[in-house]
Design a protein around this ligand. Structure first.
Ligand SMILES: NC(=O)c1ccc[n+]([C@@H]2O[C@H](COP(=O)([O-])OP(=O)(O)OC[C@H]3O[C@@H](n4cnc5c(N)ncnc54)[C@H](OP(=O)(O)O)[C@@H]3O)[C@@H](O)[C@H]2O)c1
Length: 216
């Protein structure tokens, strides 16, 4: 699959690298230095290259949106026409200081994003885990139990694609339902961030839901 990375920082750089290693064709875009994009592409050890957001979007089946909320309009403008594409977004609607959500309760970043790109199919995924855990999850993907990863969206086909990409990183995808469920998954991330960055255990943190078989 051709995947365009819009925002090649902590999240985009790592997810793009892991998907390249899983066999996808990756275009890394949107960083302040072209050298950084080229280095990411080189080190991804797969079919990866550096490009502009427009190049990343043009041929992509899937786009990963991984920029700070304040950069969303800019990167979308540079990406151009995204009609019909699946946009997997891990971007959270955080304020400038990253201390709180600017959209919550009555809407979500994912829903606001979908309004900006009505012809694209937005799936909210990966925003609930710290970037620091992604490589660990990938490396332990053959273990019997995998960490969970919630995702949500309104388009079944795009959700299927997103679930596959989640699986390839090493998580067990948990379908949380329609895109409006991002109203709950986005604030959940602030809890994860508290545990990851303010606790003693370090940021290599993932979560796992466990369902017990109903008796009788
Ligand atoms: N980091 C996490 O653990 C985590 C977890 C869950 C969700 N999220 C969400 O995921 C999104 C991405 O987070 P992140 O931590 O990956 O952010 P990041 O490391 O800052 O990456 C953002 C990317 O955007 C690029 N960028 C910023 N301003 C730009 C500009 N003016 N022109 C061109 N490129 C520009 C950055 O360039 P440079 O590479 O040059 O800096 C970087 O490549 C955010 O919405 C965040 O809330 C992050």
């Amino acid at each position: 699959m051709r995947i365009g990375i819009l925002g090649s920082g902590l999240m985009g750089g790592k997810l793009g690298t892991l998907w390249a290693r899983a066999g996808h064709e990756i275009v890394f875009s949107y960083a302040r230095s072209e050298q950084k994009l080229k280095k990411l592409a080189r080190e991804a050890q797969g079919n990866a290259r550096a490009g502009t957001p427009g190049e990343a979007a043009r041929e992509a089946h899937v786009l990963l949106l991984a920029v700070h909320w304040s950069r969303v309009d800019d990167v979308l403008k540079q990406a151009g026409d995204v009609s019909g594409k699946t946009i997997v977004s891990c971007s959270l609607p955080m304020n400038a200081g990253d201390s709180g959500l600017v959209v919550a309760h009555t809407s979500s970043g994912a829903e606001e994003l979908a309004k900006k790109v009505p012809k694209a199919r937005v799936v909210s995924a990966f925003g609930t885990v710290p970037s620091e855990v992604l490589f660990d999850v990938f490396e332990s993907r053959r273990k019997a139990t995998r960490p969970s990863l919630v995702y949500c969206g309104d388009d079944p086909k795009s959700k299927k694609t997103a679930a596959e990409l989640i699986r390839e990183v090493g998580f067990d995808p948990v379908d949380a339902g329609p895109l409006r469920m991002a109203r709950y998954t986005e604030p959940f991330t602030l809890l994860i961030a508290q545990l990851a960055y303010e606790g003693d255990g370090g940021p290599e943190l993932a979560y796992r839901f466990e369902r017990f078989v109903r008796k009788g």
